[in-house]
Design a protein around this ligand. Sequence first.
Ligand SMILES: [Zn+2]
Length: 180
Amino acid sequence: MSKKDELLKKIVIELVSEEAIPIVEYLKGKTKISEFIVAEELEIEIHRTRYLLYKLLEHNLVSFIRKKDKIKGWYICYWDLNEEMIEQLDEKLRQQKIDKLQERLDREEGNQFYMCRNACVRMDFEKSMEFNFKCIECGEIQHPIDNSKTINFIKDRMKELEAEKSTIKSKVKKKTKIEA
Ligand SMILES: [Zn+2]
């Protein structure tokens, strides 16, 4: 499987579901495919096929045109896969993950956390104080804990995500250089 295919699969799973993968793979390299053909070829019920196509449409992973069927007289949607959206969506997902990690990091760095020696529940200062620094599970006293490992873990994960981002950017830059 090519890197691009892997990325496409990863994004479809993350944004829609694994169930939508056969549809995406079927549409790849084809143009303007009737939803009835998709349903028939993949043996997915037409309503389910449409549901999945519209889920993909929400993220611009596919697009469609509607045409009136001359014989039957009703409208049929013809679908295309928007492969050019993949990198953009990947970038968006990565940025969302980075933002979430930043929020977690702020919380970890801005608070003191407490836990009993049995490590039942982790609470921030205010929450622990509310329970008089007693564990709500076992009743033992909660002590301040060192969260530097958690902080480092979050920072490392953020660095990884940032690094992935810069590799993609440098690839894009290289491409434009060659074209110029
Ligand atoms: Zn406890």
